[in-house]
Design a protein around this ligand. Structure first.
Ligand SMILES: NC(=O)c1ccc[n+]([C@@H]2O[C@H](COP(=O)([O-])OP(=O)(O)OC[C@H]3O[C@@H](n4cnc5c(N)ncnc54)[C@H](OP(=O)(O)O)[C@@H]3O)[C@@H](O)[C@H]2O)c1
Length: 369
């Protein structure tokens, strides 16, 4: 009999981490909690490796390295938001571990380096849209794929075109209509920057050109994404908006774990809507594409400026509409750099400094794009 897969969770107290613990609990013959990290909260669980603290602190980083490179560890689920997840992701991949990646920011800032470290093994996506695309691609040949269509709920403001985005409060922005998630990804969903990040994430994960990846607003969040093939056929993955399904797909691969979520009932799916994205109101996807096409560290600038701008919004230092304006200002000001790891980390540092200095210096909390 094969032993259960030893899973380490980075970010076990978060939204993804907690749902992953639930998936592991319900599949004891296949999955075992081997290690976990906690930030400020407690996961109230025991494991062989238990690490508490903040990524970037030397003790935390050293202990995470020991956990993700431990020969007994089979699979690492990366679910700490933001750029700080890059180092442990690269360590796990270089140690030959399977990696299930929730943290899209890692692929946005350093997609080429991360995919190179993953090699033939690849990565297991956890984002629901990328899990959908991954599942649609199983058994297909890459030359038969014409286009990826990433669906987007639209977030809390898409359906309210008359709303003044300057006046949106933090509570309103955190009130996602479909998904219950951590604050960073929830604000990204409201600005639609989440879709911009996901376009870059899909480009790296599946090796599809950026201009063959589109976004469609689908408020019901039941069709998680679509793959179009060269013969005109389209495959979509359908499921309730419940992250335990893509988590179970990633942890269980290549097996499917039984009863991860109740299936959607087709009779309940009448009235599914798909709409074009209004890029003049939500320019994030355009900005992300431009950054990815231009390269030279710009995706890392996009990502870091966005992280800092989201933090500034959450503490009331800039208005909601200032988030994307800040990202655009950073991209416009960035002189360009290289794409090695030190150069990407430098681009990340530059963007954070740029945004912090701008937020401190601009009385309106806005940087001029
Ligand atoms: N939630 C979703 O449904 C969803 C869907 C798709 C993709 N994602 C992606 O998955 C990632 C995680 O999202 P989430 O919603 O699960 O976030 P979350 O609920 O905010 O949880 C974040 C986790 O990371 C830990 N953490 C945060 N900052 C840390 C730091 N500096 N050092 C060490 N640990 C730290 C937190 O610890 P404490 O809370 O204990 O401090 C917590 O365990 C994000 O990149 C997001 O874009 C999430």
């Amino acid at each position: 009999m094969t032993r259960p897969v030893n899973v380490a969770i980075l970010g076990a107290t978060g939204s993804i981490g907690q749902q992953a613990l639930d998936v592991i609990d319900r599949n004891p013959s296949r999955l075992r909690l081997f290690g976990l990290t906690e930030g400020r909260r407690s996961a109230r669980r025991t494991a062989d490796h238990m690490i508490q603290g903040q990524a970037g602190d030397s003790d935390f980083d050293a202990r995470v390295e020991a956990m993700v490179t431990d020969p007994r560890c089979d699979l690492v689920l990366v679910a700490i938001p933001g750029a700080r997840a890059l180092a442990p992701t690269l360590l796990a991949l270089k140690a030959g571990k399977e990696v299930a990646l929730a943290t899209k920011e890692v692929l946005v800032m350093a997609g080429a380096l991360v995919m190179k470290a993953a090699g033939e093994r690849g990565l297991r996506p956890v984002d629901s849209e990328h899990s959908a695309i991954w599942q649609c691609l199983w058994g297909e040949r890459s030359e038969h794929v014409r286009r990826l269509i990433i669906t987007a709920s639209g977030g809390p403001f898409w359906a309210h075109p008359d709303l003044d985005l300057d006046q949106v409060t933090v509570d309103q922005a955190l009130n996602h209509p479909r998904w219950s998630m951590g604050p960073k990804v929830t604000i990204d969903s409201a600005t639609l920057m989440n879709k911009g990040l996901e376009v870059i994430e899909a480009h790296h994960l599946f090796g599809i050109a950026l201009d063959h990846i589109s976004v469609s607003i689908h408020p019901q969040s039941v069709v998680h994404s679509v793959v179009e093939f060269i013969d005109g056929s389209m495959k979509a993955q359908i499921g309730r908006p419940d992250m335990r399904l893509p988590i179970a797909v990633a942890l269980g691969y290549p097996e499917r774990l039984p009863d991860a979520v109740p299936p959607a009932q087709l009779e309940e799916l009448s009235g599914l809507e798909f709409h074009a994205l209004d890029e003049s109101r939500f320019p994030s996807v355009r900005l992300a594409r431009q950054a990815a096409v231009a390269g030279q560290g710009r995706p890392a600038v996009l990502n870091a400026a966005n992280e800092e701008a989201v933090n500034a919004f959450l503490v009331g230092a800039i208005p909601f509409s200032g988030i994307v304006q800040t990202v655009e200002a950073a991209l416009n000001a960035y002189p360009g750099g290289g794409e090695s790891l030190p150069e990407i980390l430098e681009a990340d540092r530059w963007a954070r400094e740029f945004v912090k200095a701008g937020v401190r210096g601009a009385p309106s909390g806005r940087l001029k794009a």
